[in-house]
Design a protein around this ligand. Structure first.
Ligand code: PEP
Ligand code: MG
Length: 583
């Protein structure tokens, strides 16, 4: 039994055998062979190795003939590795004596090679690790004949173990088969984490080398609340975590019951709206069940993961139509496509950028590729006839960007009018405040933007210069950093002063510990993942405005993020005591 600790991103307990995906998502179908299969399997391995040698020689020759000698040398090195006794002797040895399948033997031997090199934590050696992965992938591809990574086709419950899962891989996980997932990389507000929550799949990320430490078939416990992962637990640990899993479910049930009874105001009667953040229209059903007042953030980029890089206007329209139908007159805030960086960059065929988080993502891409943007806007303006709609622009960093996007929208309206197509012309146009420059200059947007939604996930990332997906700096990603809090407060203050609607739609809004400080700043609209709603509603109904204002004043006098967090935790413990909700 081995215990690892990572970053908890989606609560709940999962206990199931591991399905390990390597970085190209190969799946090793079987681990052992019969005695009479040994010869055939040895031949299969040798064929795969020979094919790898041929492939690499071809690449080397083509780069040599293109006079890229240095690149050719890399492939010479790969060829030498394929002749190394670790590969030519150790893998066949494991097939013979341990009766491993060649695929499993390859994955075991490469894990053994790579582990000590990775532990050196040296940039040069990390590059060599990638070379080994390259060779491993080549061998596995040749053995398996194809990539086997279809996570939608699982035949039993598993814990998925991967170096990383892209948002689109996460989005296709079958909740009935994937009991939980764990990854080497990632942070608490990464999109993979947000999706795990939306799907209700227990998940832990940022576990370092977990994908090389675990072998397919190992039994894994995932505790998505504490971030603990146990490999091959003993009976006592298994029993303990089964009970803990039940404890989470009981807590959730009690929280739902409390929320259903709770007032939709603070204790002293101040109205507070809870809107849902969604990635797909079918999440609306759950959001409404949990008491959502509407949708405050529809991450429409997920439409592109479903329909490909260029959804048609009709495909967009159909999604928005269905959303309005389910919302039955409640508001729908459509955020225009926000791809780039970690979201769907490869799916929409974006070129690789050196620094994608600071690159041509989101609204910048919409302005560079206006046809993508205007197709979506046409559908949104037409669908707005079906129910209250707002259009929200992501990643606005300057007033010029806002004006440029607005101009494109005005052009779309002119086109629709000319074409005689019906649409709603007075759809409010607002913006996310998630780039620090916009937060600092928030007063200059008051005249133009009809509403504001603070995206704290990116606001923290860009204010603190901390990659929200990077586990090595996850300890620096703090919503309670006073610089972040000042920016958030300034945006709320300014919007309240100008009587403009303002919400927070980053993960911060969904965490009970931050609700009071946001309420104290003057926030009355929270936009959160549906599953966060019951706890939030319960807590907000138990606090008075005076208490929240007092708490936020106290917090703003402190310069230390952790001291502010401690202060907030004491209040959460008072309002949602564990004796009442337990676990
Ligand atoms: C945010 O940045 O806070 C936000 C809500 O948007 P996303 O998480 O989709 O980047
Ligand atoms: Mg964002």
């Amino acid at each position: 039994m081995e215990i690892k600790n990572g970053i908890p991103v989606s609560p709940g307990v999962a206990i199931a055998p591991a399905l390990v995906l390597d970085s190209e998502s190969f799946r090793i179908p079987r681990r052992f062979i019969r005695k009479d299969e040994v010869d055939t399997e040895l031949k299969r391995f040798e064929l795969a190795r020979t094919k790898a040698i041929e492939e690499i020689s071809d690449i080397r020759d083509s780069v040599h003939s293109a006079a890229k000698e240095e690149v050719g040398l890399i492939f010479d090195a790969h060829l030498r590795m394929l002749d190394d006794p670790l590969i030519t002797r150790e893998i066949p040895e494991k097939i013979k004596t341990k009766r491993y399948t060649p695929e499993y033997a390859v994955s075991r031997v490469f894990k053994k090679i790579v582990k000590p090199i990775k532990e050196l934590n040296d940039a040069y050696f990390i590059q060599r690790v990638n070379d080994f992965y390259d060779i491993q992938k080549r061998l596995l591809r040749n053995l398996l004949g194809q990539r086997a990574h279809d996570l939608t086709q699982l035949d039993r419950k598993v814990v998925v173990v991967a170096h990383d899962l892209t948002p689109s891989q996460t989005a296709t996980l079958d909740k009935n088969k994937v009991a939980g997932f764990i990854t080497d990389v990632g942070g608490a507000t990464s999109h993979t984490a947000i999706l795990a929550n939306a799907l209700g799949i227990p998940a832990v990320v940022g576990l370092g080398t977990i994908s090389s430490d675990i072998s397919g078939g190992d039994v894994i416990i995932v505790d998505g609340k504490s971030g603990r992962v146990i490999i091959n637990p003993d009976d006592a640990a298994r029993a303990k975590y089964e009970a803990r899993g039940q404890g989470y479910l009981d807590r959730e049930k009690r929280m739902f019951e409390a929320a259903a009874k709770a007032e939709r105001t603070t204790k002293d009667g101040v109205d507070v709206s809870l809107y849902a953040n969604i990635e797909w229209d079918d999440e609306i059903e759950l959001a409404l069940k949990l008491g959502a007042d509407g949708v405050g953030l529809f991450r429409t980029e997920f439409i592109y993961s479903k329909f490909g890089a260029h959804p048609t206007e009709e495909q967009h329209y159909e999604v928005y139509r269905r959303a309005h139908q389910m919302l039955e007159g409640r508001p729908l805030t459509l955020r225009t496509m926000d791809f780039g960086a970690d979201k769907f960059a490869s799916e929409v065929g974006l070129e690789r950028e050196e620094n994608p988080f600071l690159g041509c993502r989101s609204i910048r891409l919409s302005l560079r590729e206006p046809h993508l943007f205007t197709t979506q806007i046409r559908a949104a303006l037409r669908a707005a006839l079906l129910g209250p709609t707002k259009i929200m622009l992501p990643m606005i960093g300057s007033i010029e960007e806002f004006h440029a996007a607005r101009q494109l929208i005005e052009n779309v309206k002119a086109d629709l009018t000319r074409e005689g197509i019906e649409f709603r012309p007075d759809v409010p146009l607002g913006m996310m405040v998630e780039v620090p420059s916009a937060a600092v200059m928030i007063d200059s947007f008051m005249e133009d933007s009809d509403f504001f939604s603070i995206g704290t996930n990116d606001l923290v990332q860009y204010t603190m210069a901390v990659d929200r997906n990077n586990q090595y700096v996850a300890n620096l990603f703090k919503h309670t950093n006073p610089a972040v809090l000042r920016l958030v407060k300034q945006v709320i203050d300014e919007a309240v002063k100008h009587n403009k609607p303002v919400s927070v739609c980053g993960e911060m809004a969904g965490e009970a510990r931050f609700a009071m400080i946001l309420l104290g700043f003057g926030l009355r609209e929270f936009s959160v993942g549906p599953t966060a709603m019951p706890e939030l509603r319960t807590l907000l109904s138990r606090v008075t405005l005076a208490e929240a204002e007092e708490l936020s004043k106290k917090a703003m006098c402190l310069a230390h993020a952790d001291k502010i967090a401690d202060l907030l935790d004491i209040e959460v413990a008072r309002l949602l005591p564990s004796e009442e909700f337990g676990e």
